[in-house]
Design a protein around this ligand. Structure first.
Ligand code: ZN
Length: 426
């Protein structure tokens, strides 16, 4: 049973403070996407929060309409970067690129905000640079105690940044991968960056990219942890208010589309020409217009209709359907589509932290991946659809025996082994 929890409404744009906010998509009242439940917790009332998204008519920033207090979401965290091969490889690549570009030496400090299990910093540590992880997750700090990566356990902001700078010195490089969308108080966060960053230093942000979310119909990117859905245009607006500018911007294919942005203090370095290229593409794609987002909302409602009827058809044929992957975003999809264990018997996931638990709201059990071959269900809904190629390759045997995968967005389709893209050689 869902009990509606307390949220703080956003009445002014978190980037530009305008009150011209128009909600364009309402995904209902959903539990926190990372609050997986133990068996004992299944009977207790579960907090849920309204999940709605707004568009700022002044700066174009896309943001939640109401926010949940961050500490409720991040103190006990089940998402582990290293659980995915693709993500771990990607973070190592990021450390290679930034080590090279910034010419980091043994005296330089790299701070990773939202360091999770330290996967990115382990990449930097290979080069002998000093590293510090910042993350409020106490469970991950405990888990990674012996990893050799120093940690500050807490949220990053102007106060903690002062403390960090006093204790570890100022950073030559600060990174925030996938945590930048989490931050409700962006201005306090940027004051923190200014305190913690050494003169000439760079701040690198990687976040899911609004353009890709729209192009892919990836409404499941939306959940309470993600307060912001970033475009380059709204980042530039934010950083400019704090004396910073974007000097580089690149689109990265991870998770089906991220934006990697390098930020420095104004005047430190001339911006790369591709910054303007990304901005032009955003304008051409209509990212500054409300209609673009209204169309996205319509497409989202269509996925609900189509997938619901697809699952009903399978059930009518007596097919057994399960799920693959229990990422946070899968829970947006499950909640919005009102899918439960009647439609999806169980979900397999590689993360040992999640096995044995149940999905929030929908209460579907999570079991080890081996179950797929033991059981050979008829169809598998791929909630981790951004890893479709990785999953199809790993589950080749399940497919060979006649198993099918259903990719839910942007339009629900069945895929098999023949649809897997070859492993990129570059
Ligand atoms: Zn705004």
């Amino acid at each position: 049973m869902i009990r509606v929890g307390t949220t703080r409404p956003i009445t002014e744009c978190i980037v530009c403070s305008s009150s011209e906010l128009t909600p364009f998509l309402d995904l209902g009242v959903t539990p926190l996407a990372n609050k997986f439940l133990t068996e004992d917790e299944l009977q207790a009332p579960e907090p849920g929060y309204p999940l709605k998204v707004s568009f700022c008519g002044d700066c174009g920033h896309v943001q939640l309409s109401e926010v949940v207090p961050p500490i409720e979401m991040f103190e006990d965290y089940l998402y582990v970067s290293s659980a995915s091969d693709t993500l771990r490889d990607h973070l190592y690549e990021l450390s290679d690129v930034m080590h090279e570009r910034r010419r980091l030496s043994a005296d330089d400090l790299v701070v990773d905000i939202g360091c999770n299990d330290g996967a990115l910093l382990k990449g930097f540590a290979r080069f002998g640079v000093k590293t510090l992880g910042v993350d409020p997750a106490k469970n991950l700090a405990e888990l990674e105690r012996d990893s050799g990566i120093e940690r500050y356990v807490g949220l990053f902001g102007s106060d903690s940044a002062g403390e960090i700078a006093d204790r570890w010195g100022r950073a030559d490089l600060i990174t925030a991968t996938n945590t930048f969308p989490h931050i409700p108080d962006l201005h306090d966060f940027m004051l923190g960056i200014d305190k913690a960053l050494a003169p000439g230093g760079a701040f690198v942000v990687e976040a899911h990219y609004l353009m890709d979310m729209i192009d892919q119909g990836a409404f499941d990117t939306i959940y309470h942890e993600h307060v912001s859905y970033w475009s380059l245009g709204s980042m530039i607006r934010l950083f400019g208010q704090h004396g910073f500018e974007v000097v580089d911007a690149e689109r990265v294919p991870l998770h089906h589309g991220q934006l990697r942005v390098t930020v420095q203090r104004k005047g430190d370095r001339a911006p790369e020409s591709r910054v303007q290229g990304v901005l032009d593409a955003e304008r051409d794609r209509g990212l500054r217009r409300l209609e673009t987002f209204e169309r996205f909302a319509e497409q989202t409602r269509r996925v609900k209709r189509d997938l619901t009827s697809m699952l009903a058809d399978l059930q009518g044929q007596g097919s057994r359907v399960v799920g693959y992957g229990a990422p946070a975003k899968g829970n947006t999809l499950l909640s919005f589509l009102e899918i439960g264990p009647d439609q999806i018997e169980y979900i397999v996931d590689r993360s040992h932290l999640k096995q044995g638990l149940y999905t929030p709201g929908s209460h579907i059990p999570i079991v080890p991946v081996e179950r797929l071959l033991e059981d050979q269900p008829d169809a598998v809904v791929l909630f981790a659809w951004n890893f479709v190629d990785e999953v199809l390759r790993q589950q080749a045997e399940y497919c060979r025996r006649g198993g099918r995968f259903i990719v839910p967005v942007p339009t629900p389709v069945e895929v098999g082994l023949d649809d897997a893209q070859p492993i990129p050689t570059a």
